[in-house]
Ligand binder design. Structure first.
Ligand SMILES: *[C@@H]1O[C@H](CO)[C@@H](O)[C@H](O)[C@H]1NC(C)=O
Length: 448
């Protein structure tokens, strides 16, 4: 009994200590082949199926760990297998549990691995580096990690000659995997955000790097750049750098947009380089690229910022008084919305009908006007004879826009003349004005 109990303890503590393995199917992406290869970018890419194994991710030690099975290396390792194994003790991989549970939540994880050449280093030098990019589908975390291949001494066994991966020409571990460790990770926890005009936004970006025993050669410190790319043009929003040679000098920050900030202390202490933007305008919309440089490593993440603003919808008349002539005009104003696409429909429903009917006659749309803040306004007009719409009819302007959860309706009711107090009063007022006017006229005339 005691024996069994002890085994039980060992198994659970192994879980608690080691965390969980994540096995992802990836593509190994290489540039080359084809006619365009080598002609400066573009070119063709070849994709080879590969596997990425993240070993011993620290995860919350809760009951949901049960379905997690440790990685089982192939029984007969082959030199054609492309299995990148990332050692557990390397740089922290943020939101590991999100990646771990993405599978169960039916979220797809997009995974790509390609060669990586650190800045200023020999492309064929040692150690070899790769970069792995993971993106959890549905706007979740995305991350890029620089993987450094562990040198032979760490992988080779004393007795057998290691397998050499056929494509990469690199020695494999005994279990047939390419042993690597993550040395630099740049990530974003929300790769797409949507914010209203004049709102504030925080674009999430962070990084993790290995603890350095000695500062990197040449005093290369931390560098950060945020760029905005939109409709083919780009501009710098902010950059920051620390230079370790200038002892005591804090990070140098320069912003290319008013109100753009990164907290230098958070950046240095926690690897949090999130960009804050205030008073958003339509012109802030676009793709933001967060590039982090640390020593010889540099990589980036992309955060998409969308601006949306619902239209304010109003009608020119709240109610109309039934009459035979003349033609009436009803205007529906949609004010200050973004983006441009908006749909305006006119509907009528009489007291006798159950379903509203769409009006297509006499409908027109003004041209769009753009305001200084980049938002748009438009007016829709309906010309009609009230005689077509008996008292009790409701005429509705229905506006659909992506910033509105459901269509916005504004309505005007056709009233019978006798139903309106206003009509009665307006007659009295008209009579009064005419009477007073006449009286004044006679008085003026009389004094002359
Ligand atoms: C950065 O800090 C902000 C504010 O504390 C937080 O909301 C955000 O999640 C952090 N991001 C990263 C990447 O650490």
């Amino acid at each position: 009994m005691l024996h069994i109990f002890m085994i039980g303890c060992l198994v659970s503590s192994a879980y608690a200590l080691d965390g969980a393995d994540v096995v992802l199917s990836c593509s190994f992406v290489e540039e080359g082949g084809g006619m365009m290869g080598g002609m400066g970018g573009g070119g063709l890419f070849t994709r080879t199926p590969a596997t990425l194994v993240l070993r011993d991710l620290p995860v919350d030690n809760d009951a949901s760990l049960d379905p997690v099975t440790p990685f089982n290396p192939p029984e007969n390792p082959s030199s054609d297998d492309l299995i990148f194994e990332v050692k557990g003790s390397s740089v922290e991989i943020p939101d590991a549990d999100v990646i771990l549970h993405a599978d169960c939540n039916e979220q797809e994880v997009i995974c790509e691995i390609s060669h990586y050449i650190p800045r200023g280093s020999n492309p064929h030098g040692q150690p070899t580096h790769f970069i792995g990019s993971l993106q959890v589908d549905g706007g979740g975390i995305s991350l890029s990690m620089v993987l450094q291949v562990l040198t032979n001494a760490e992988t080779a066994s004393e007795t057998t000659t290691p397998l050499v991966q056929s494509k990469l020409q690199l020695p494999l571990s005994q279990s047939g995997t390419l042993l690597t460790e993550a040395v630099f990770v740049v990530f974003s926890r929300s790769s797409s955000i949507t914010v209203p005009v004049r709102g504030d936004a925080q674009l999430d970006c962070g990084f993790r790097q290995q603890q350095q025993d000695t500062p990197p050669e040449g005093g290369l410190g931390l560098g950060l750049e945020w760029r905005l790319q939109h409709r083919g043009s780009g501009r710098k929003i902010l950059d920051m750098s620390t230079n370790e040679e200038e002892a005591g000098a804090g990070p140098q920050v320069s912003a290319g947009r008013e109100g753009a900030t990164v907290d230098p202390a958070l950046a240095v202490e926690e690897g949090n380089v999130s960009l804050s933007l205030t008073e958003l305008r339509v012109s802030d919309e676009g793709t933001y690229i967060c590039t982090v440089t640390s020593g010889i490593f540099q990589t980036q993440q992309i955060v998409q910022l969308n601006i949306i603003q619902p239209p304010k919808v109003s009608l020119s008349e709240e109610r109309m008084i039934y009459q035979d002539e003349p033609a009436q005009k009803l205007s529906c104003h949609c004010i200050s919305y973004y983006p441009l696409d908006v749909k305006v429909e006119w509907l009528s429903i009489s007291s006798l009908e159950a379903e509203p009917e769409e009006i297509s006659d006499g409908v027109s749309l003004s041209s769009h006007r753009q305001h200084a803040d980049g938002t748009f306004s438009v007016s829709a007009h309906l010309m009609f004879h009230l005689s077509k719409y008996p008292p009790g009819t409701t005429i509705t302007c229905r506006v659909t826009h992506q910033a509105l959860d459901s269509a916005a309706d504004v309505s005007s009711r056709v009233l019978a003349p006798e139903m309106t107090g206003d009509n009665f009063y307006s007659i009295i007022i008209t009579v009064l004005i005419v009477t007073v006017g006449t009286a004044v006229f006679y008085q003026v005339m009389g004094t002359n």
